[in-house]
Ligand binder design. Structure first.
Ligand code: NMX
Ligand code: MLT
Length: 434
């Protein structure tokens, strides 16, 4: 057993005890009440999920295992000379709750390297797909194709104790995560660079290897590390995390569960918004003959979008009520590395223009930018202008968080998820409508 897995195994018994105690001895304690508006409003705000991996405060934003983004960036170990921490170290933090040492990280880097070989049948399948297939569909199809590799399935079929489910979930998750950077980079180079895949370099860490396989020079390795870290987790109620958790609760293995979560990520109100932001910005640039608009022009573009019934992509959030700290972290990177980039300037102008307009329109509860408002501009700057690829990178990052969550779900024996539904007649009766 690797030191990493041993560390996780050591942590499980005390969490199990705490969960069992809460569920058995305090099972009748009321946590929340459900309102009619929440039943028809996407269950917004109902406290009915648990996770220890991250917590989203509406005002402050995400904390990973109690650490804010600036704290993670400062405390997690970095490769000598690197600006951003190892993705492997962040994964270690999410899974174990502890900041790793250099040697802990080496353990994960080596473990991923051993598991990273992508079987040829995955590439054959991707090549057989229609050229126009969305890269997110290709990415997800590759994850699903790998399901035959699941170690959980044969172990479950042979009969195993519920207490041990977490172990093959861990193995499947590690095997899958190790392969995602190569699958993603292959899709990029197959689809947009004339099928010129670049072989992985097993001596590189997760972020640097991805940058190498994309064929993009430093500081793109730093971007990759930052990007995967920022997109990893956003507590468990967002569509991709919740879907992964729900599907895994049926004891569908991590391949099935992640693939379902990625389907949710591919929606324009969720992860696909990062593609939509660049598409919207390009629309503005096209109309302006590739020149920056004036503030007045930009206000008009924003109002035109709203008046045509569309949302402003990258703005608003179901939980956050302030600027997303993931946006801020990317903005700080951009201010340092690409302050003169034309699209970054436009993104900065939007930061001034959009919030007051959304406030004036009076619909959005949160007028501030979310993570997706910024991620595309940095990718664009480093040459990844094929914006329909952006959600695939979101997916690689998100896999780190959602897979950590479902390993813990099995470790603490989370039940099959099955809430209760009511009919409209029943609701009218409860409301006292005659
Ligand atoms: N532009 C225009 N209208 C908006 C926006 C926006 N950016 N955000 C919210 N609204 C509208 C929303 O459509 C709703 O309208 P209606 O009453 O006509 O249905 C109203 O404001 C109230 O919505 P909220 O309660 O503020 O937001 P909700 O929790 O329902 O939805 C989002 C959250 C994120 C889906 C929503 O803000 C949105 O559509 N944003 C744009 C898409 C986006 O950036 N998604 C990415 C989210 C982050 N991620 O990576 O997943
Ligand atoms: C996410 O990262 O999942 C998004 O910000 C959406 C959410 O948290 O609801």
């Amino acid at each position: 057993m690797s030191k990493f897995k041993e560390k996780l195994a050591e942590k499980i018994p005390s969490y199990r005890e705490r969960v069992t105690r809460l569920a058995k001895e305090y099972g009748d304690v009321v946590i929340d009440q459900v309102k009619m508006s929440q039943m028809y409003g996407g269950m917004r705000g109902i406290k009915c999920l648990t996770t220890d991996i991250s917590y989203l405060d509406p005002e402050e934003g995400i904390r990973f295992r109690g650490y804010t983004i600036p704290e993670c960036l400062a405390k997690l170990p970095k490769k000598a000379g690197a600006e951003m921490p190892y993705v492997e170290g962040h994964f270690y933090l999410l899974l174990t709750g502890d900041i790793p040492t250099e040697s802990d990280i080496k353990d994960v880097v080596d473990d991923f390297a051993k598991r990273s070989k992508v079987p040829k049948y995955v590439f054959d399948m991707l090549r057989a797909m229609h050229k126009d297939t969305h890269p997110m569909t290709m990415f997800n199809a590759a994850v699903l194709a790998l399901q035959k590799e699941s170690e959980f399935v044969p172990k479950y079929n042979a009969g195993m104790s519920k207490m041990d489910y977490w172990d093959p979930f861990f193995e499947d998750s590690m095997n899958l995560l190790a392969k995602l950077p190569e699958i993603a980079a292959f899709i990029y180079r197959y689809k947009y660079k004339g099928d010129t895949a670049i072989d992985p370099d097993p001596s590189l860490d997760f972020g640097a290897n991805f940058a190498h396989m994309m064929g993009i020079k430093s500081p793109y390795d730093e971007i990759s590390r930052l990007y995967f870290l920022l997109h990893s987790d956003h507590e468990s109620g967002n569509v991709s995390a919740h879907t992964t958790h729900l599907v895994a609760s049926a004891l569908s293995d991590p391949y099935y569960a992640l693939s379902a979560g990625l389907d949710g990520l591919a929606g324009p109100l969720h992860g696909l918004a990062n593609q939509e932001v660049l598409r919207w910005i390009q629309g503005v640039m096209d109309k302006m003959g590739n020149e920056l608009p004036t503030m007045e022009d930009l206000k008009k573009f924003v109002w035109d979008t709203l008046k045509s019934g569309q949302v402003i992509p990258g703005y608003g959030h179901a939980v956050l009520r302030k600027t997303d700290p993931r946006y801020t972290a990317q903005r700080e990177f951009a201010l340092k590395h690409l302050p003169d980039d034309k699209i970054f300037k436009l993104v900065s102008m939007l930061y001034e223009v959009v919030p007051p307009i959304l406030v004036e329109q009076g619909k959005a509860k949160n007028p501030w930018p979310n993570v997706d408002a910024h991620s595309g501009v940095i990718q664009w700057h480093y040459g990844v202008t094929e914006y329909d690829f952006y959600t695939v990178m979101f997916g690689v990052g998100r896999a780190i968080g959602v897979l950590s969550n479902i390993i813990w779900d099995r470790a603490v024996g989370q039940a099959l998820e099955r809430p209760k539904s009511l009919t409209i007649d029943m609701l009218e009766k409860i409301a006292g409508i005659k």
